[in-house]
Design a binder for this molecule. Structure first.
Ligand SMILES: *Cc1c(COP(=O)(O)O)cnc(C)c1O
Length: 376
């Protein structure tokens, strides 16, 4: 039986009707950009994200560029980013004219190695740090890193594209973040019906600066105060997200249930380790994370999964420093803090199917296939 890596068609009863109704209303009013639905979404997001300031925007990549720009990061500035991340992180830094300084990850939660960050802060005095919370968890030591950056007067930007609804010490990851971003790309835990994103920040003035940038730097109808661009969310996305919000808790619970069961079912198998979030972090169940030491066994497992038409992923199969597109930005300064951990993760990681409302027979099929690959 084929099992998809992810299936975002598994919607709750009644969801589609609500969505169709919302599309009808917005179409009748031709209210496609901004308006009440966007305000309502931003209010709801603020409520569930620790009452912080929220500015919605066009996508998660723009969200990072907005955050960087609003923190005055520009030409020639140095920004620490993880070598292990999605390419958009690298792009965002380059697109504002800054130089990405790649830093290795730790092997506990696969986020920035804080010791290396601290060293880099004193040695090369970067203008910003951009941490990425991967896999639907967050960095165990995020609060420490926030303090380090605050004390050094360096803005910390958090790419939480995969971490919406994640909690740190039982509170939203966005509460107390100087500046954090997320993506509502359809395949994320909280996905829209197209592209959308948001920036969260503690300071309301910074939030207003970001809002200005999302709308051409416009201060009055024909008055422009800054060079921004068009990074507005559209009303249809806002409506889809507002409806989805009613079901988000249930979706996350379903994901977390399967996440836990992967731990339990695969615990006894030597050779594969199901990773789990740090103990102070509550995950959103974005993805399953397994590490396999023996690369021959990993290749064997991947072949077995393919044979049985079971979707899987490698998030990510290579680092930023290994990308062709990164070459023009590579130099000793930008790669001094790279290391072997990020490369190890890329080689040894495999992600098994995990999504809301997976079926029992699908889950069993995945478990049976994995077990069979480890029986020699
Ligand atoms: C999805 C993702 C992004 C990009 O978000 P878009 O909305 O697709 O622009 C950025 N960073 C990370 C870590 C992501 O997973």
């Amino acid at each position: 039986m084929a099992v998809p890596f992810i299936d975002i068609k598994r919607l709750e009863n009644g969801f589609q009707q609500k969505w169709i109704e919302a599309v009808k209303n917005l179409s009748n009013n031709t209210a496609f950009i901004g308006g009440e639905v966007v305000l309502q979404l931003e209010n709801s997001l603020s409520n569930i994200c620790g009452n912080t300031n929220v500015v919605t925007c066009a996508n998660g990549t723009d969200a990072m560029q907005l955050a960087l720009r609003a923190n005055d990061i520009s030409t020639g500035d140095k920004v620490l980013i993880p070598d292990l991340t999605f390419w958009a992180t690298f792009e965002a830094v380059v697109n504002v004219g800054a130089l990405p300084i790649l830093v290795d990850c730790n092997l506990k939660d696969q986020t920035l190695d804080i010791e290396k960050v601290t060293h880099a802060i004193t040695q090369i005095k970067p203008q910003a740090v951009l941490i990425v919370h991967l896999y639907g968890w967050a960095a165990k030591e995020i609060k420490t890193l926030r303090l380090i950056c605050e004390k050094s007067g360096i803005p910390l930007i958090e790419d939480s594209a995969q971490a919406f609804y994640v909690k740190v010490d039982n509170q939203s990851i966005f509460k107390d973040a100087h500046c954090a971003t997320t993506s509502f790309y359809p395949a994320k835990v909280f996905g829209a019906a197209g592209d959308a994103g948001a920036v969260f920040c503690k300071d309301s003035e910074l939030a207003e600066k970001i809002r200005l940038l999302t709308n051409h730097g416009r201060s009055t109808h024909y008055g422009y105060q800054a060079i921004g661009w068009n990074s507005r969310i559209d009303a249809l996305q806002a409506a889809y997200l507002t409806i989805s919000l009613e079901y988000l808790q249930k979706r996350v619970e379903s994901r977390l249930d399967f996440a836990k069961r992967y731990q339990k079912e695969l615990a006894g198998i030597t050779g594969i380790k199901v990773a789990s979030p740090p103990e102070n972090i509550i995950s959103n169940g974005y993805c399953n994370v397994c590490f396999i030491d023996d690369l021959k066994i990993k290749t064997e497992l991947e072949a077995r999964l393919k044979e049985n038409q079971i979707g899987f992923a490698n998030i990510y199969p290579s680092t930023m420093s290994e990308q062709l597109g990164a070459e023009p930005y590579m130099n000793p300064l930008s790669t001094n803090y790279c290391g072997d951990n990020a490369k190890w993760v890329c080689q040894h990681i495999i992600n098994l199917p995990l999504f809301a409302y997976m079926r029992e027979d699908e889950f069993k099929e995945v478990i049976d296939t994995v077990k069979s690959a480890f029986q020699f």
